[in-house]
Design a binder for this molecule. Structure first.
Ligand code: THU
Length: 139
């Protein structure tokens, strides 16, 4: 992925912080998911008074994309922090990593953790979910 695309995904993820619905944790998260064809789907976290139904920004982006027919993905950028202030990386939770495992190759899918356009780190899904269980295991 070229530098311009990395920066575009970071800017898009950060731009989603304003939509975050996080009245309980006040931890706002934004995500930008890049499809194989180059389309970007966005997401934010959506909390709930019953807590458990909370949806992370990453899964919001995935579910929006998959519900519109997308099945092939290249990368996701995630940015988050208390009250939307970005000071450190917000890495995907285990549930979100498992959702990524359903649709993405652990060797090639890129997860960009970002604090700003200048401060970010890129991991493969396999690095964040080693020995992941996926659709291939059921064949
Ligand atoms: N959260 C995300 O949206 N993505 C992450 O990568 C980490 C956690 C959300 C869930 C919840 O609304 C809040 O952050 C605190 O856990």
């Amino acid at each position: 992925m070229d530098q311009a695309m990395v920066e575009r995904l970071i800017e898009t993820a950060i731009s989603q912080l304003k939509f975050s619905y996080a009245p309980y944790s006040r931890f706002k998260v934004g995500a930008a998911l890049l499809t194989a064809e180059g389309k970007i789907y966005t997401g934010c976290n959506i909390e709930n008074a019953a807590y458990a139904p909370t949806n992370c920004a990453e899964r919001t982006a995935f579910f929006k994309a998959v519900s519109e027919g997308e099945r092939s993905f290249r990368a996701i950028c995630v940015a988050g922090g208390k009250d939307g202030v970005l000071t450190e990386y917000a890495a995907p939770c285990g549930v979100c990593r498992q959702v990524m495992m359903e649709f993405c190759s652990p060797d090639s899918f890129q997860i960009i953790l970002a604090v700003s356009r200048e401060q970010y780190e890129i991991f493969t899904l396999g690095q964040l979910l080693p020995q992941g269980f996926g659709p291939g295991n059921l064949q």
